[in-house]
Each structure stands twice: as C-alpha cells, then as structure tokens.
Write a protein that binds this ligand. Structure first.
Ligand SMILES: *[C@@H]1O[C@H](CO)[C@@H](O)[C@H](O)[C@H]1NC(C)=O
Length: 116
C-alpha cells in the first residue's frame, strides 16, 4: 500500500517536469500592415513584440522582452499591443519565430518570456 503511494507521487513529479514551460505562448503576425500601438510603422524586417493590452502594453513600448524557446533566446523590443492576447501570450514578428527556430507552421509556440 505504502509502495503504491510512493509510485503515485513519483508519477506526479514526472508529469510536472514534462509540462510545458509556464504555459506561456507566442504567435506571430504581420506587423507591416499598419502603425503599431507604440506609434511606429513597422516593416517585415523588424523584430518586435506585441504585448497584451491587458498588461498595459503601451507603458512598455521600447522595452526589451526576452523570449526563450527550445534552448534559443532572443531579445526584442515591445512595438505594439495585442488586444487578443492574455498576459501569458505575446504576438511577435515572423522573424522572431525564425530566429528561435520555431516552424511558422506551428502557429502557436510554447515559449517563456519576461520583460528585461
Ligand atoms: C504583410 O503586409 C504587407 C502590407 O500589407 C504586405 O505587403 C506583405 O506582403 C505582408 N506579408 C505577408 C508575409 O503576408
């Protein structure tokens, strides 16, 4: 009985380790379609992040966001707001997906990010 209990705990611990990083995610968008919420026209060569509107994104314009995925790290400035994102979700320019080696076909990527 006691033995079975220990196995259950070990199983739970393994499950926690295998879980995705913090549940944070990134999607990408074509920022060149208009002027970003930070007031600058962006083009497709820009590296930039749209932060959730819920996070008072405009207050963070120009601040760098560090994004990690699959052992790759990149830092890019906040250039826009993402009205459809919650605080665990950033929308980024497509070349950020490329720099992090995330296939764009993935659409939504598991990442971790923080404002630095
Ligand atoms: C992004 O938007 C611009 C402006 O509308 C357009 O010229 C360009 O082809 C778009 N890029 C992609 C990859 O859809």
């Amino acid at each position: 009985m006691q033995f079975a209990h220990i196995i259950t705990i070990a199983g739970l611990a393994a499950g926690v380790i295998a879980a995705p990083v913090n549940g944070q995610k990134a999607t990408f968008y074509n920022a060149s379609v208009g002027i970003g919420a930070c007031g600058r026209q962006l083009d497709e060569s820009d590296m930039g992040v749209a932060l959730s509107t819920e996070m008072n994104c405009k207050a963070f314009c120009g601040m760098n966001v560090e994004i990690n995925s699959n052992g790759n790290t990149i830092s890019a400035p906040v250039v826009d707001c993402c009205p459809g994102c919650n605080s665990d979700h950033i929308d980024v320019t497509p070349n950020i997906f490329e720099s992090l080696n995330i296939p764009k076909s993935e659409g939504v990527a598991d990442v971790s990010f923080f404002l630095g």
